[in-house]
Design a protein around this ligand. Structure first.
Ligand SMILES: C[S@@+](CC[C@H](N)C(=O)[O-])C[C@H]1O[C@@H](n2cnc3c(N)ncnc32)[C@H](O)[C@@H]1O
Length: 501
């Protein structure tokens, strides 16, 4: 479809007042949003959009192929290999398979990122940055789609959100991930480091109005202004980290052209970037550019045309002739401080590292992983990216790298919960006990579990529907629960009707 091209923002918001609407929405939307968006889309399209915003949001999930082997189900999200619409919302909090990382609850339109990755990032392994990554929808998705041998750096500037990001990526189970907690302005010292950068920037959130009433409350024309300017600052900071020939994916969940087309046109001009096109089946109903006299290839999801929320995406390539910028190591004063004189004492004996290595699955290319000992923990990280990790650690606040495999606690070597979630876990490294739904929920509440008399003593891996859920230490009359306390289900109320995958 061709929707009406954009008129001047202020013409529409300020001078041009309407008193009669062909369709009046039940959702209370800000008048200036209605005026502007009606001008942008045209009456007919705006009325359809308003109607769609009064419907319930579709529910969709993305399955994790590392954990669930599935035949193709009905109701697939057309642009995502493992994305599915559900008829009804599941009781996600009370579904053990959700906590085991078997699926991610993700809005369908935003799964479109997959199309760019499959078209432009499929041939060789890459180092990809997801700059604004929490809670991790697009990071977990990218991790499932990137070519084998790629490294994903997932960053989130807000500290507590970066913990949620780390949790979701841990549950997703792919070890080739680094999680950082930095402002975009911290990155340029890395030089031209990344082959692919995803900037799913903070935006005015118009596309989320139906799902999130707070987005409506927080919206204002002033906030739109703040957003597009902040987006340009973020893009300026991060563009210098993209390798020549590298790809930047830009996305928002908003409709206005200031944060969308105008920012993409600005990048094209400012950075001499090449906009990239995709061949999209017409029946997907994805809309294009809404700016007048502008043919930039951009991909817009409008809830009355596609089953999902509002979403915008464009991709640009950095010229291959662009300058390569070297990484700038941190300069030290030359004086050694006390901390530098001795490497920090490790609390992990060598034999323990050898034991831990045996917990990893040989069929998962464990030889490609280096065991890293820091303080009392042992992690596994891809050897081929050891140098990149050292640079990232110099420049950024790395909060997680690879998979934590074990921790030494006193004289004990305790397997980490992240190992239970990881594809690196050797299936027979620990005795396992299959538990039922009631026990699984008790485990996720971090309650003590009772295992059958026949269960072995010591560390036991609990599985639910044959999927690893986490470890316990079985001491006979009960088993101590090793589930991370900060991840436990906090709600004590179990709904009467529970719908699980
Ligand atoms: C649209 S959300 C990201 C959603 C995420 N990509 C996903 O798919 O789950 C934008 C993120 O940007 C972060 N953010 C806020 N201000 C920022 C800034 N100035 N620079 C970078 N990121 C910022 C927010 O905390 C938020 O997590």
């Amino acid at each position: 479809m061709k929707v009406a091209k954009r008129r001047n923002y202020f013409d529409i918001c300020g001078k041009f007042q309407r008193f009669f609407f062909a369709y009046k929405s039940n959702m209370k939307l800000p008048a200036s949003f209605i005026e502007y968006t009606r001008g942008l889309l045209g009456d007919e399209n705006y009325d359809s959009l308003a109607k769609a915003l009064d419907q319930e949001s579709p529910v969709s999930i993305r399955l994790n192929k590392l954990k669930i082997q599935h035949e193709e189900w009905n109701n697939r999200v057309p642009w995502a290999t493992d994305g599915y619409y559900l008829d009804k919302r599941l009781t996600f909090t009370f579904d053990p398979l959700f906590h085991a990382g078997c699926y991610y609850v993700q809005e369908a339109s935003s799964m479109f990122v997959e199309q760019i990755l499959r078209r432009y990032v499929s041939e060789k392994s890459v180092v990809m940055l997801d700059l604004c990554a929490a809670p991790g929808g697009k990071s977990t998705h990218a991790r499932s789609v990137l070519p084998q041998g790629s490294l994903l750096v997932a960053n989130e500037v807000i500290r507590n959100r970066s913990q949620v990001l780390a949790e979701n990526l841990t549950k997703w189970g792919n070890p080739d991930v680094v999680v950082t907690n930095n402002d975009p302005s911290d990155f340029p010292r890395l030089g031209t480091f990344f082959d692919v950068i995803l900037t799913d920037v903070p935006c005015s959130g118009e596309g989320m109005f139906r799902k999130d009433p707070v987005a409506v409350e927080e919206w204002s024309p002033k906030n739109v202004e703040i957003c597009w300017q902040r987006q340009r600052r973020i893009l300026t900071d991060i563009w210098s980290c993209l390798k020549p020939g590298g790809i930047l994916i830009y996305s928002t969940c908003t409709y206005n052209t200031k944060e969308d087309e105008e920012n993409v046109a600005w990048m094209q001009q400012e950075f001499d970037a090449e906009p990239l096109t995709l061949d999209i089946p017409a029946e997907w109903n994805i809309a294009g550019n809404l700016l007048e006299n502008n043919e930039l290839p951009v991909y817009r999801f409008l809830p009355h045309r596609t089953k999902g929320e509002g979403f915008f995406l464009a991709a640009l390539r950095k010229p291959v002739t662009a300058e390569e910028i070297a990484y700038e190591p941190v300069k030290t004063s030359g004086k050694k401080n006390k901390k530098d004189e001795k490497p920090s004492a490790t609390l992990v004996p060598k034999e323990a590292v050898a034991t831990v290595r045996n917990w990893l699955d040989e069929s998962a290319d464990v030889d490609g992983y280096k065991m890293i000992v820091e303080g009392s923990t042992v992690s596994a990280f891809p050897k081929s990216y050891a140098e990149e990790l050292a640079m990232l650690k110099q420049v950024l606040r790395v909060i997680q790298a690879g998979v934590t495999v074990a921790e030494v606690k006193g004289k004990l070597l305790v397997p980490a919960h992240a190992l239970a979630m990881s594809r690196l876990l050797k299936k027979d490294a620990f005795p396992t006990e299959e538990i039922d739904y009631k026990q699984a929920i008790a485990y996720l509440h971090k309650e003590a579990i009772s295992l059958p008399e026949t269960a072995p003593r010591g560390t036991v891996l609990l599985t639910y529907k044959q999927t690893p859920l986490g470890f316990v230490k079985n001491i006979g009359n009960h088993a101590n629960n090793l589930y991370p306390p900060e991840w436990r289900i906090r709600s004590g109320h179990l709904p009467e009707e529970v719908r699980t995958l």
